[in-house]
Design a protein around this ligand. Structure first.
Ligand SMILES: [Zn+2]
Ligand SMILES: [Zn+2]
Length: 346
């Protein structure tokens, strides 16, 4: 049985390849991939800047599809179930895994980062790594459950009280998700701070009360010491400095964006303002809530899905993502149109 794959092969390079579909082991399911989200992390890995990944490797960790085959001992899924994939794995035996924090497992890893990801037509994963989707959520939207679950895990850590003032620094997809989650969590005024006008306008449409463009010389950020909560969804030295400046005394700062290298921080101000700094990555336990929020419309994904490519055009999708076009918020690679072409029994 044939499986078409796109593999990262070296510095900013990728190749299509055809492989055999593997056997589905005990406790595993095979998912026929229907949609793939392109993430900044994919570009980061392809440029060789991630020290955790080695080519050749199919990337792709924002994934949704249909259960195609089921391994022995799997009772929770049926062929044809619509699912999204949690790409994170742990050993399943250590204290962190057993307490629902597999992202802190010493042996944790991710499909599409260290292990083969979803740039394939068919992908085999542990059955515990898939979550069912209601019909109201499209496959393209469902790819964003992965990103959203990271954001929601961070929001949980902030213990937001109704009416608190919050600012998000960074107008990428995660910044736009954070705006929506802050509003859903009861924040009062939410300010989005970024450098791209079209993204800031989208942030306003998605519920931000204020959008501030800090590009160029005329930096007009909100007042210093005006925010109870600030989220750094950019991850740079300048964004961190802005976050520290914006926070009230006693405020909470969620550190989400990855600088990729050590950066300086004004620790003296952090101490004197008694700020709480919270790092956050994955949050395995929040996946069901993310899907519920997407289904109920509390979080909107569709307005962020600006561009769609076909699976055969994966290299073009990546090239376009790398061009950092302002209007490209989230690029989706869809495998849905080819459904009729395949024919025959599956
Ligand atoms: Zn990602
Ligand atoms: Zn473990």
């Amino acid at each position: 049985m044939r499986n078409e794959i796109w593999e990262w092969t070296g510095f900013n390079a990728m190749e299509p390849r055809v492989a055999e579909r593997g056997d589905v082991g005990d406790g595993q399911v095979e998912v026929r991939i229907r949609a793939i989200g392109i993430c900044g992390t994919d570009l980061h890995i392809m440029s060789g800047h991630a020290n955790f990944a080695e080519p050749p490797l199919p990337l792709g960790h924002e994934l949704a599809g249909v259960v195609e085959r089921i391994g022995a001992g799997v009772t929770s899924w049926r062929i044809g179930d619509r699912v999204c994939i949690d790409p994170l794995t742990g050993c399943g035996k250590c204290g962190e895994c057993l307490s629902g924090n597999k992202h802190r497992c010493p042996d944790s890893g991710e499909f599409g980062l260290q292990y083969p990801g979803g740039w394939q037509q068919y992908m085999i994963v542990p059955s515990a790594n898939v979550y069912g989707l209601p019909d109201s959520i499209s496959f393209a939207e469902a790819t964003q459950a992965e990103t959203l679950h990271c954001c929601l895990g961070g929001i949980d850590k902030l213990n937001i009280r109704i009416g608190e003032h919050a600012a998000v620094v960074g107008d990428g997809p995660t910044g736009l998700y954070f705006v929506q989650l802050l509003k859903a969590a009861g924040a009062g005024k939410v300010s989005l701070i970024g450098m791209r006008e079209s993204r800031l306008q989208l942030g306003l449409a998605l519920g931000a009360d204020e959008a501030v463009n800090v590009s160029g010389a005329s930096m007009q950020a909100p007042d210093a010491e005006s925010q109870d909560i600030v989220i750094d969804a950019a991850g740079s030295e300048s964004s961190l400095a802005l976050c520290v400046n914006l926070l009230k005394r006693g405020g909470r700062l969620l550190l989400f964006g990855l600088p990729g290298k050590p950066i300086s921080a004004d620790v003296q101000t952090v101490v004197l303002k008694e700020l709480s700094l919270l790092g956050t990555t994955n949050a395995p336990r929040v996946w069901p809530r993310v899907i519920r929020m997407m289904a109920s419309g509390q979080v909107q994904v569709k307005p962020l899905l600006t561009h769609t490519y076909r699976f055969e055009e994966m290299d073009q999708a990546i090239e376009f993502a790398r061009s950092q076009s302002d209007e490209a918020v989230k690029i989706i690679v869809s495998l849905e149109e080819d459904q009729e072409d395949e024919g025959g029994p599956r």
